[in-house]
Ligand binder design. Structure first.
Ligand code: PHE
Length: 339
């Protein structure tokens, strides 16, 4: 039996020496020292030994086990070292190779335009106010003096969540929310997303952006509105820009106007861009209706105000000569990188 054990030791030593990889070494370990391994197998035969022989053979068996374990351990270290070296050399970096430039994002033209608009108005003393995109019928219509039968309330124009909740169709509800919270003097702009039940085409998108403006104080007149919008138009569209008021109707302003700017491409001469008219439509505006002031707890006998609302998408499209609003929402980097 002692000879058998010595032989096992020899064989194991041989196989350990030849093992070149950790997995192979592990197999060798299991083969000799595992529960069903060869050494265990031999030891199982010890039962048939005499009482004198047993401790002697037991000692040899222990020595063999220890020596196999030692050989395994040192072989394991060697193999690990070899494998590490191999990995290091295979994963080494060639720092002289040309790098891959990470794709850098770009500010969306809409955001660029929005920032420019904000900057102009902040420069005139306006503060930015925000309101929710999911709005109540009260703030979007009722408080803004829209009659119950106003066509914009129709399901075909407005996205209803339920009878009282909608996706806001304009940024004007922020006027009401602001006047409820702040005492005059009030001077705010509110840029944000709006929604209307429109089929997308080159000039319509069910999701678009507006920027609302509101000023309320003692003695605010139409002249203040005109002056403010003129300064804005000159900053945004160019020093020579003129503006023109056309009578219009909004439920929440009286009088109301649509405001045009002289075409910034032909300076008002008439070109294909302005369809020969010399003017481009810029925004809607007017003096805040006394009913709206009253709805917000502001006395129209003491205070007056003006408001305006512009389509940011439209103005950005005009300025950057983008001919399809859908391009703004496709997030194609080839498009966005142009601005
Ligand atoms: N809310 C109006 C619209 O969506 C624009 C507007 C705002 C008009 C403020 C007058 C005053 O068309």
């Amino acid at each position: 039996m002692e000879a058998k054990l010595k032989e096992l030791q020899q064989l194991a030593q041989q196989e350990i020496r030849e093992a070149g990889a950790s997995e192979v070494l592990e197999k060798v370990r299991v083969k000799y020292l595992g529960k069903k391994g060869e050494l265990t197998e031999v030891l199982r035969g010890m039962g048939s030994l005499s009482a004198e022989e047993r401790p002697l053979i037991g000692k040899v068996a222990n020595e063999v086990r220890e020596s196999i374990e030692e050989m395994l351990a040192s072989a394991k270290n060697l193999i690990k070292e070899k494998e590490l070296l191999a990995r290091l050399s295979s994963e080494s970096l060639d720092v002289t190779m040309p790098g891959k430039a990470p794709a850098v994002g770009k500010r969306h033209p809409l955001i660029q335009g929005m920032d420019e608009l904000k900057e102009i108005f902040i420069g005139m003393g306006f503060r930015v106010a925000e309101g929710p995109e999911v709005e109540t019928v009260y703030y979007n219509f009722d408080a803004l003096n829209a009659p119950p039968n106003h066509p914009s309330r129709d399901m075909s124009d407005t996205f209803y969540i339920n009878d009282n909740l909608i996706l806001r169709t304009q940024t004007s509800p922020v006027q009401v929310r602001t006047m409820e919270k702040l005492k005059p003097p009030i001077r705010i702009i509110s840029p944000g997303r709006c929604f209307r039940n429109d089929t997308p085409d080159a000039t319509h998108s069910p999701m678009f952006h507006q920027l609302e403006g509101l000023v309320v104080d003692k003695g605010i007149t139409l002249a203040d509105l005109k002056g403010t919008l003129e300064v804005f138009a000159k900053h945004f569209l160019g020093e020579h820009t003129k503006i023109k008021f056309r009578p219009h109707n909004f439920p929440f302003t009286e009088p109301s106007a649509e405001v045009d700017a002289s075409c910034f491409k032909c300076q008002g001469e008439g070109c294909s861009f302005c369809k020969g008219s010399g003017w481009v439509e810029m925004l809607g505006a007017g003096m805040v209706h006394p009913n709206v002031l009253r709805n917000c707890g502001i006395d129209p006998e003491v205070y007056s105000g003006f408001a305006f609302g512009m389509g940011i998408d439209r103005l950005v499209m005009m300025k950057y000569e983008i001919d399809d609003i859908r391009l703004l929402f496709e997030n194609d980097m080839r498009f966005i990188n142009q601005f």
